[in-house]
Design a protein around this ligand. Sequence first.
Ligand code: SAH
Length: 211
Amino acid sequence: MRRRRVAGALDIFLSHENYALLDDEQTNQKIRRFADAAPLHVEVGSGRGGYLCQMAKRHPDRKFVGIELKEELLMAAVRKAAEAELDNLVFIRGYAENFKTWFEGAAVKTLYLNFVDPWPKRRNARKRLTHASYLQLYKSAMVDDAQLILKTDNRHLYLFSIVELAKYFKVVDSTHDLYAVGDPQNVATEYERRYVAKGKKIYRIICKIEE
Ligand code: SAH
C-alpha cells in the first residue's frame, strides 16, 4: 500500500494508547490482556485499517488485531478506530515475521490476508505472506476450528497461495470471482473497493485447519 510520508506519524499512532502496540518484549502480554481469553481475529497487512474497523463495528462481540509495518497507515487506522470509539480492536506495528512471539498462548480464530503484496518475481516468493514459512507461523497460534481467509486481485498470488495453503490447511472454498458468486457477509477492504471499481475480479480462498 502506498503511503505519503508524514512527519510524526509514529508519535500520532502511539498517542492512541488504547489502540497502538509496538513490537517489543511486552507485546505478547498486552495481546493476551486484550484478548482476555477470548479468540482473536487477526489481519496481517492491515493497511489503513478500514476493513478491521468495519468488522469491529459489525461484530462488537469479537476482538480484532491488525498487523502493519507502515506508521503512516497505522496512524490512519488508529484515528478511524478512535473516531468510531471501538473497544475491540488494536494494531501492532511490526513485521509478520514475529507473529509467533506476539500470539504465543493466545487463540487465533480467524486470520485474514487481504490484498497482500504479490511479489511477482519468483526469486521473491519467500516474501509473499502466503509462503509456507509464514503459514507455519500463523498456524502455531490458530485454534482447532480456525479459518484463514485470503482475498486478492492477483491471479498469480492466488494460484501460488492455493498450493502453499494446501500444505498446512484444508481449502474449503475458493472462487475466482467473489462478486459474481456474491457473499452478503463480505466486507470490502480499501484495496478491494479500488479494484472492484476498476472492474477487476476478486479471488478468495477459505481454509480450515486440517482435522
Ligand atoms: N489489507 C489492506 C492493505 C493491503 S496492502 C487492504 O486490503 O486494503 C498490504 C499491506 O501489507 C501493506 O500496507 C504493507 O505495508 C503490509 N505488509 C507487507 N509486508 C508486511 C509484513 N511482513 N508484515 C506486516 N505488514 C506487511
